[in-house]
Design a protein around this ligand. Structure first.
Ligand code: UFG
Length: 338
């Protein structure tokens, strides 16, 4: 079966391609490389014996999409391509609505016209905003507090409507904090700028600075720092494959929305201590004010995906940090060789 992956050169996209191929799917990637890395695709291609077809372009370009479906029968789509910086989304909302929402409408129109009916969507815990209880289940109120989260929610609502109207089957996966790197160590996380806690601090350790800044130590949590639910990128990737299989292989499959977190919370200081333990380096820790828009605690209930798709986690927080350390300590400049 052929799966079209938009944004396949990105962090989660590139890990998911490996999972797809390892589970017997063929993969066609569209990526405009605005934030994805051709080196990630090359590395995955090498590992998977050149089984990936790559198109450099825009996922909403109908001519490009027509060309692809003339060549390959597409059985399903995983849609990763999106802008995903929370701060930038507040400064330039139209950029986010255009790319994440308007272009996704064009993609969905094309899929509907072409009879491609199975869709897995890369959503986010950002759709919940500041939750009123923890762990957060999928019925919790949806009140995004940033534009990035709003764009993800608009697409989720759109998917709900297309299912009701045209029977379009989708699964929306609400990621909590994706982290870690592939076990082989040849693909990993490389954002520019890097804002996420684990890769930011590990990069600093790798270049010999070993600095960490904690945003906020006056949260209502045990140690005063914010609590997050970290999920290994390989577990996250496998959840996409499981979702597609469920949609394609069950005649009676129903569209669904699932959280992807591990139901385990770690504070910023817990993570910094784990980083010290795993890298063997003492961190120079500074405390700064809270980062705007950061909820105190984001921990997922993953009961629904466990019960409905039989999803189980393979990796824990130590695996997450050690695989990320393996990647960063061997790729000081990410995909750009030094
Ligand atoms: N943090 C620090 N220092 C840093 C970087 C982060 O203290 O140098 C803190 C943050 O303030 C936050 C925690 O570490 O409390 C985790 O921050 P990340 O940036 O790693 O991740 P977020 O929780 O902000 O982001 C995640 C997803 C986003 C999603 C967001 C929703 O990665 O896609 O949750 O709140 F939008």
């Amino acid at each position: 079966m052929n799966i079209l992956v938009t944004g396949g050169a990105g962090y989660i996209g590139s890990h998911t391609i490996i999972s797809l191929i390892d589970n017997g799917f063929s993969v066609i990637v569209i990526d405009d490389f605005c934030s994805g890395h051709i080196e990630a695709i090359n590395a995955v291609s090498k590992y998977e014996n050149n089984k990936i077809k790559v198109y450099n372009g825009d996922f909403s370009d109908v001519d490009l999409l027509e060309g692809i479906i003339k060549k390959y029968k597409i059985n399903g789509v995983i849609h990763f391509a999106a802008h995903s910086l929370v701060g930038e989304s507040m400064d330039d909302p139209l950029k986010y609505y255009k790319n994440n929402v308007a272009k996704t409408i064009l993609l969905l129109e094309f899929l509907k016209k072409s009879g491609i009916n199975y869709f897995v969507f890369s959503s986010s815990a950002a759709v919940y905003g500041i939750p009123d209880k923890t762990p957060i289940d999928e019925m919790s109120p949806l009140n995004p507090i940033n534009v990035y989260g709003s764009t993800k929610l608009v697409v989720e609502n759109m998917l709900g409507s297309t299912d009701r109207a045209y029977g379009f089957k989708y699964i929306s996966l609400r990621y909590f904090n994706a982290a870690g790197a592939h076990k082989t160590g040849f693909i990993g996380e490389d954002h520019n700028p890097e804002t996420h806690l684990i890769p930011k601090v590990l990069k600093s350790v790798a270049i010999g600075e070993s600095k960490a800044v904690v945003f906020g130590n006056d949260y209502p949590t045990g140690d005063g720092t914010a609590i997050r639910d970290y999920i290994h990128v390989d577990d996250l990737s496998y959840a996409h494959v499981l979702s597609l299989k469920y949609l394609i292989e069950n005649e009676k499959s129903k569209s669904a929305v699932f959280n992807l977190g591990c139901e385990k919370g770690y504070s910023v200081l817990n993570i910094l201590r784990k980083i010290e333990e795993i890298t063997g380096k003492k961190l120079k820790i500074e405390f700064a004010g809270r980062r705007e828009g950061d909820p105190a605690i984001l921990v997922a209930s993953y009961k629904k995906i466990k019960e409905e798709l039989g999803f189980e986690f393979k990796y824990n927080i130590d695996d997450i940090i050690s695989s990320a350390w393996n990647w960063h300590s061997n790729h000081l400049n990410g995909y750009i060789k030094v």
